[in-house]
Design a protein around this ligand. Structure first.
Ligand code: PEP
Ligand code: MG
Length: 822
């Protein structure tokens, strides 16, 4: 166990910040020959990922395990700070125990420190004593040990677990255990070496001083004790097997924590796009001009003012839609807005109003509001979104009439943190990460379209921040921690420095992944996973290749059918599919037949809302009910398949007979157009298909798992319901077990399995899926480099072990607690 002598103690010190204190403690350790000078960064890094405040002014800064090579000798030092230094929220540190320990030697010290953390008066005395021996005696004098005296006549249930993790029971696993026990009823405790501690308190668990080889007794007096004890034992097994803490380094850039909390007043909200940003404040004040101030002309000049305003708005939007620097989400939005503003009917209606005596602005606003209200009244989610878009696009015309600037960011040269009341989708789409490093909204919602745009641009964004945002002073440098959903108005130098460091680390990782994007996802043992892209349009095929895709795992063809007056013709589809497969230059392309329904409705088919519901005529069911639609599409596909390697995929297949029926139609069409024989696969996205997977695997060529719908149907959670978003977790063992079943069934028949739902792009998800044995992962192109990079660091045996553990859990929270393989 670590010991403390008077020469290891410095009394009566002063620090102005936590960072300075940590530098002081690292310097002392270095002066005493215990560590290399660079250990200070490791200590600062540890503090960012896990605050080391224990209680009653006691803190235990220490380094991260991956830098233990910088430790020359295991040692503990103490710096006493009588006036204290801000450490965690309101809490100030007075006794700073700096630890340099190669493995778990500091765990014993933690147990002894409970003599101080449990006794406020003693802590106060030690914070001001001028005699180092008093502190040594308090900590090391008599055997302290943590916890309460044990009750040997315990009447509840108990189990025994041997703790074997060589790194001891430190704060992070203790917090995980406390998170788990919080959901349980009754008294739950851990007993070690005759001392008992409440299992709902991370600090009390840590203070038991549990080390490798400790025997832990877990107690519960709940009527559901058997279940509770089983869950805790299983979590302890996970902690026992935890690998080296390499994740700390990876996560530190994202889980950024302020170094100094004393000087930082923050405003909190709801995270809409993750990340951190630093920059000067810029207030986005569109709509600041008052309609009453607008001078109105006679009828003729009002009519021409309106026409000019519409033309100006249309040309501005067209320019944005054609801008090569815009991404797909942005360009689609502007293209849609051009069509909404350039609407003859709308213009005529407004001109008529002007002729009836209204001015251009009120006439235009009235017709836009009227049309939007009609769309809203149709209670269709898609049309409601169109109403939002119409109002948004309509504002663009109003702003021209009011003489407002269309691009308030035109003068901006360095990235700002943008502050606004709310952002309309087109306003968000006009932003670029070169000009905006972060967004804070007084109102807004994480599910709004502007949030989707911010995420697609990689701009961190926090919404619903309230009136306090008005305190942000123009040009003042602020720090936005969007992942932590807070804005620091007056960040300290130390915080700015550490945030910039974290940003650099994120960039470096992105660059590293990007530079390796064309290398395959070869695991360290040579096992290969195909990494391919999900696309919906021709340009995306080209972008997929640029991002390192090894082909296309999913073409969502329904996007050709949405937002139009009638279905695309055979030739139109043929040209599109041909262009896509040709763009891939010989790489495989899995094309899914149209998946209309659910959140992708169309109005020209004459189907009711009921028909188009998630459980209605969705996907292949529509194809079977309306052969005209599917036959036209299949003709186009088989014609295009003459130009490149296309595989056909059918959505919403529930039973082998669904597949047989569509296969029969496909074969008839293939002969009609003299198309090539191509592989036919099914989406595994309905639980029924999982149950029937052994039978399906006999008749299809491949499976493609749609985790978005498999999660929705498997857990009975509407995938678009904002209140159920947390429940719709594709890492839930319900979903993972279904994927496992389907994969085994496919492999038993020698067929391959891809995953094209969102789970494939989740770093932990991609690892677990690979461990389950999935052969191909398909995802949005932009995420390919990072997933490839993640997989390259692992080996198959570790991923299989990871998958096995994930499959054995009983909820998604537990799966997320499993440390990733790398
Ligand atoms: C899925 O359900 O996971 C899937 C890939 O299909 P979509 O998201 O288009 O329904
Ligand atoms: Mg689906």
């Amino acid at each position: 166990m670590l010991n403390l002598t008077p020469s290891d103690i410095r009394l009566g010190q002063k620090f102005s910040s936590k960072e300075e204190a940590i530098q002081g403690i690292a310097k002392l350790l270095a002066e005493l020959g215990a560590v290399e000078a660079g250990y200070v960064d490791s200590m600062l890094g540890r503090e960012r990922t896990a605050n080391t405040y224990l209680g009653n002014g006691v803190v235990i800064p220490h380094g991260q395990p991956q830098q233990s090579n910088l430790i020359r000798e295991t040692r503990v030092v103490l710096i006493q700070v009588p006036q204290g230094v801000a450490w965690k929220g309101e809490e100030r540190a007075h006794l700073i125990f700096g630890i340099a320990a190669k493995s778990d030697e500091h765990i014993g010290l933690l147990a002894r420190l409970t003599s101080i953390t449990a006794d406020a008066d003693l802590a106060k005395d030690l914070a001001s004593t001028t005699d180092p021996e008093v502190i040594i005696a308090a900590v090391f004098g008599e055997e302290t040990g943590a916890g309460d005296d044990i009750d040997d006549d315990y009447a509840g249930e108990r189990v025994f677990v041997k703790f074997t993790n060589p790194r001891g029971f430190h704060l992070r696993p203790a917090s995980q255990l406390a998170e788990l026990t919080e959901q349980m009823d009754g008294n739950i405790s851990l007993v070690v070496n005759g001392r008992e501690a409440d299992a709902r308190s991370a600090l009390k668990i840590v203070s038991l001083g549990i080390t490798a080889e400790s025997h832990i007794e877990i107690r519960s007096d709940s009527p559901y004790a058997t279940d509770h004890l089983d869950r805790i034992s299983r979590l302890l097994e996970l902690i026992n097997d935890e690998p080296q803490e390499v994740i700390d380094e990876v996560d530190s850039a994202i889980h950024w924590e302020p170094v100094q909390s004393e000087s930082t007043s923050s405003i909190s909200g709801t995270m809409a796009a993750p990340g951190i940003a630093v920059g000067p404040v810029f207030h986005w004040n569109l709509g600041s001009h008052d309609a009453a101030d607008r001078k109105r002309g006679d009828e003729a000049s009002e009519c021409s003012a309106l026409e000019v305003a519409i033309e100006t708005a249309v040309s501005g939007l067209t320019e944005l839609a054609d801008d090569e620097n815009m991404n797909k989400v942005q360009r689609n939005l502007f293209t849609a807005h051009v069509a909404l503003v350039d609407d003859l009917e709308l213009k005529e209606a407004a001109l008529n109003k002007i002729k009836e005596g209204e001015d251009a602005l009120s006439a235009w606003n009235a017709v836009v509001t009227d049309k939007a209200a009609k769309l809203e009244a149709l209670t269709d989610a898609n049309l409601a979104q169109r109403a939002v878009d119409l109002k948004d696009a309509g504002h663009r015309v109003s702003r021209v009439l009011l003489g407002e600037v269309q691009d308030p960011l035109a003068e901006i040269t360095a990235p700002v943190v943008l502050i606004a009341e709310d952002l309309e989708p087109s306003e968000a789409a006009q932003l670029s990460s070169e000009k905006v490093s972060g967004i804070c909204l007084r109102a807004g919602s994480p599910n709004a379209h502007s949030a989707i745009v911010a995420r697609s641009l990689g701009i961190p964004m926090v919404v619903a921040m309230g009136d306090a945002l008005a305190d942000a002073v123009r040009d003042a440098t602020v720090l936005l921690d969007a992942s932590g959903a807070r804005l620091f108005l007056e960040p300290s130098e130390a915080d700015l420095e550490s945030a910039c460091k974290a940003l650099k680390a994120i960039d470096a990782r992105r660059e590293q992944a990007w530079s390796q994007r064309f290398s395959p996802a070869l695991l360290t043992d040579g096992h290969r996973v195909e990494v391919v892209a999900n696309i919906a349009r021709v340009e995306e095929a080209e972008n997929a290749l640029k991002a390192g895709a090894e082909g296309v795992g999913l073409v969502r063809t329904e996007f050709l059918f949405l937002d139009r007056e009638h279905a695309p013709t055979e030739d139109e589809q043929y040209e599109c599919y041909k262009a896509m497969v040709e763009a891939l230059g010989g790489l495989p392309m899995v094309l899914r037949t149209v998946d209309i329904g659910g959140d992708k409705p169309v109005d020209y088919l004459g189907l009711s809302e009921h028909d188009l519901s998630f459980l209605g005529l969705r996907g292949i069911r529509l194809g079977l009910a309306r052969p005209d639609i599917i036959k036209t599409q299949l003709r186009a596909v088989f014609r295009a398949a003459k130009h490149g390697p296309i595989k056909l995929l059918f959505p919403m297949i529930a039973t082998p007979n669904d597949f047989r029926r569509i296969r029969q139609i496909a074969e008839t069409v293939r002969r009609e157009v003299d198309g090539p024989q191509i592989d036919l696969g099914v989406m595994i996205e309905v639980p029924a298909a999982v149950t029937m997977a052994p039978e399906l695997a006999k008749v299809v060529d491949f499976f493609s798992v749609g985790t978005n719908d498999l999660t929705q149907y498997g857990l009975a959670v509407d995938r678009t319901h904002p209140l159920l978003a947390k429940r719709a977790d594709s890492l839930h063992p319900v979903v993972l077990r279904m994927i496992d079943t389907a994969t085994k069934a496919a492999h038993a028949e020698g067929k391959w399995v891809g995953v094209c739902g969102g789970l494939a792009a989740d770093p932990l998800g991609a690892q677990i899926l690979t461990g389950i044995g999935v052969d191909e992962l398909s995802m949005p192109a932009a995420l390919i480099p990072a997933v490839k990079e993640k997989l390259r660091k692992a080996n198959l045996a570790d991923l299989q072990a990871l998958a096995k553990r994930a499959l054995a859990q009983d909820d998604a929270v537990a799966v997320r607690l499993i440390p990733p393989a790398v």
